[in-house]
Design a protein around this ligand. Structure first.
Ligand code: ADP
Ligand code: MG
Length: 323
C-alpha cells in the first residue's frame, strides 16, 4: 500500500511546486480568504500552507489522509460537473507518502485545534484559529532518486511562486503571501469589485501587463471568454505571461494555446511573445477535468467550438481601438 501510494505520488508530486499547487487548491476549496505559504530551501525542507477556511473536524483528520478520500464529490454523477479544484482525494495521501506531513486544523465551533502527524498517525490538541495548516517537511526524503532531480533552491522557489501566481490570478478575492527563509517574497492583497481582476493582474504581473493589453469579452453559444490580451513592446516580451483558465482552473491546453496564438498570426513579428490571461467559462458537463492526476489538462467535448471562440475573442480584442 505504501508502494502504491508512492507510485501514485510520482504522478501528482514532481517537485515542491506540485505540493504547493495541491495544498493551495485545498485551501481554496475550503473557502479560504487568506493563504500564507512558508518555505524553506525552495520548499524541499519545508512547505507550510496556512488558510482560514472551513477546517477539518477532529474525527475526519485521519480520513483526509486516506487514498481516494475526498469530501468533495459523492457520486460519479458529481464528477460530470466538479465545482471544486480537488475531487480525486489522492493529493494528501500521495504527498504524505513522500514527506513528513502534519495537518493542523480547527473547524468553526470546535473548542480547540488538533494536529495529526501523518507518519505516526498520532493526533494531539494544538492551538490555532479556525482554518488549516498543512506542513510538508523533507520532501522525497525516502526516495533519494527523486530528490536528486530537484534543482537549486532558487529554481524550486521560482516554480513554487509560479504555482501560487496561477492561483492568484484566478482568485483576486483571496489574499496570498509567500515567505521564504523567513523573508516575505510575494504578497498579493485581496481585491473586490469590478476592477478586482485587473488589479490582481497588475499586482502579480506588473503594471506593464495592464498597459500593454486590452480587455477580452466574448460569448458564443455555451462558451464565454474573458480576460486580457496584448502585444508587449519588444523590451517587455515575456514567454511566461500566458495564462489560460477553464472554469477557474489553471490549465495548459493545446486547443487554447493554439487558438490564442493563431489570433496573433498577422500581428506578431520577430521574436515577440503574446501576453494574455484568458478565462474560458463553459458548462462543466462539456469539459472533462479528470484527464490527468495533476488536473492541469482538460478535454473539451466540442474543442473546435472552443478553439474558434478563443481565437475570435482575442482577434476582436486586438483589432478594437485601444480604450
Ligand atoms: P481532494 O482535494 O481531491 O478531495 P485531497 O487529498 O487534496 O483530496 O484532500 C483530501 C480531503 O482533505 C479533502 O477532500 C478535504 O475534505 C480535506 N482537506 C484537505 N485540505 C484541506 C483544507 N486546507 N481545509 C479543509 N479541508 C481540507
Ligand atoms: Mg485536493
Amino acid at each position: 500500500d505504501e508502494l502504491i501510494s508512492q507510485i501514485a505520488a510520482g504522478e501528482v508530486v514532481e517537485r515542491p511546486a506540485s505540493v504547493v499547487r495541491e495544498l493551495v487548491d485545498n485551501a481554496l476549496d475550503a473557502g479560504a480568504r487568506q493563504i500564507t505559504l512558508r518555505l524553506l530551501a525552495g520548499g524541499v525542507r519545508l512547505i507550510s500552507v496556512e488558510d482560514d477556511g472551513i477546517g477539518i473536524p477532529h474525527d475526519e483528520l485521519p480520513v483526509a489522509l486516506k487514498r481516494h478520500a475526498t469530501s468533495k464529490i459523492q457520486s460519479l454523477n458529481d464528477l460530470e460537473s466538479v465545482g471544486t479544484m480537488g475531487f480525486r482525494g489522492e493529493a494528501l495521501a500521495a504527498i504524505a507518502s513522500v514527506s513528513e506531513m502534519a495537518v493542523l486544523s480547527r473547524p468553526e465551533g470546535q473548542a480547540t485545534a488538533f494536529m495529526l502527524d501523518a507518519r505516526t498517525g498520532e493526533i494531539k490538541p494544538a492551538a490555532r484559529a479556525t482554518g488549516t495548516t498543512v506542513e510538508v517537511k523533507e520532501l522525497f526524503f525516502s526516495t533519494p532518486a527523486r530528490r536528486k532531480f530537484l534543482k537549486s533552491d532558487a529554481t524550486e522557489l521560482a516554480h513554487c511562486v509560479e504555482s501560487v501566481r496561477r492561483h492568484a490570478l484566478a482568485r483576486p478575492d483571496v489574499g496570498f503571501a509567500i515567505w521564504h527563509e523567513g523573508k516575505l517574497v510575494e504578497q498579493w492583497r485581496a481585491c473586490h469589485g469590478p476592477e478586482a481582476h485587473d488589479r490582481r493582474l497588475a499586482d502579480v504581473l506588473g503594471e506593464d501587463f495592464l498597459s500593454q493589453s486590452v480587455a477580452v469579452h466574448y460569448n458564443v453559444g455555451p462558451v464565454r471568454v474573458s480576460g486580457r490580451a496584448g502585444v508587449p513592446d519588444a523590451a517587455r516580451s515575456r514567454a511566461d505571461h500566458q495564462f489560460c483558465y477553464v472554469n477557474g482552473r489553471y490549465v495548459r491546453d493545446k486547443v487554447l494555446t493554439h487558438a490564442a496564438r493563431s489570433a496573433y498570426e498577422d500581428i506578431l513579428h520577430g521574436h515577440r511573445q503574446p501576453i494574455y490571461a484568458l478565462t474560458v467559462e463553459i458548462d462543466p458537463t462539456r469539459v472533462d477535468v479528470n484527464v490527468h492526476p495533476t488536473k492541469i489538462e482538460v478535454r473539451f467535448r466540442e474543442s473546435r467550438e472552443v478553439h474558434q471562440a478563443v481565437r475570435y475573442a482575442v482577434e476582436n480584442a486586438l483589432a478594437a481601438p485601444r480604450a
